[in-house]
Design a protein around this ligand. Structure first.
Ligand SMILES: [Zn+2]
Length: 220
């Protein structure tokens, strides 16, 4: 059986700025008022024979929306973005490099979550272990690589950007596109509901960049 939640009616939304580096029109910083539709398929279970309690789904989605809302979305593994002091084409800061190498590999994915670096959000740690579906590609950056920085500084081709860290959310993604965001949401929600003991088969998420335009990802 399947349950569905319509994001625009249920208030599952966030507003964020982003850039699609090197894209002809989306390569300029701009924003969207996103909303998030969710479908959950699975067996009915528990005291109430629910597929899943709507409240649990909405809480999981809202937690992610809250994290992204009113922030600049930074996909730290975008090949067109070079981050100062991390993988900038100029000299690497040796101290920072050593710091980033102190973290054991097994912690990188687990902690791929910018919540750890925002004091105001430290109470929300429920999605830390579900944030990333990264491969083991050693070239990929971890959010931990940015942990001591007050600013996010990067270049895209000949353009330089500098944002206060608190204005940003660092995402362990290659893009901040609706496609990647839908996958990001689906992975986290799927793990969240599994942890709560639901017998779900799939979580499908559509991240809409406004009405009539969105990307759909199904996580099984
Ligand atoms: Zn856009």
């Amino acid at each position: 059986m399947k349950i569905m939640i319509n994001g625009i009616n249920a208030g599952l939304r966030f507003s964020s700025a982003h850039i699609i580096p090197a894209h002809a029109s989306c390569g300029f910083i701009h924003g969207h008022s996103y909303f998030v539709d969710v479908e959950i398929e699975g067996n009915r279970s528990g005291d109430y024979d629910f597929v899943v309690d709507f409240k649990d789904v909405k809480n999981a989605v809202r937690s992610i929306c809250k994290k992204l809302d009113h922030r600049v979305l930074i996909p730290i593994n975008n090949k067109n973005m070079k981050f100062k002091g991390i993988n900038h084409f100029e000299e690497l800061d040796s101290d920072e490099k050593e710091e980033s190498e102190d973290y054991p590999d097994e912690d990188l994915n687990k902690s791929a979550d910018s919540e750890e670096y925002k004091d105001s959000d430290k109470s929300e740690d429920s999605d830390e272990s579900m944030d990333s579906d990264k491969s083991s590609d050693s070239d990929e950056l971890s959010v931990l690589d940015f942990c001591n920085k007050d600013y996010v500084e990067f270049i895209i081709k000949n353009k330089e950007y500098k944002f206060p860290m608190e204005d940003c959310v660092l995402l362990p993604l290659k893009h901040s596109s609706a496609e990647e965001l839908s996958q990001y949401f689906a992975n986290i929600i799927f793990e969240d509901l599994k942890e709560k003991g639901y017998e779900i088969d799939s979580v499908s998420v559509c991240v809409n960049e406004g009405i009539g335009q969105g990307a759909f990802c199904r996580k099984e």
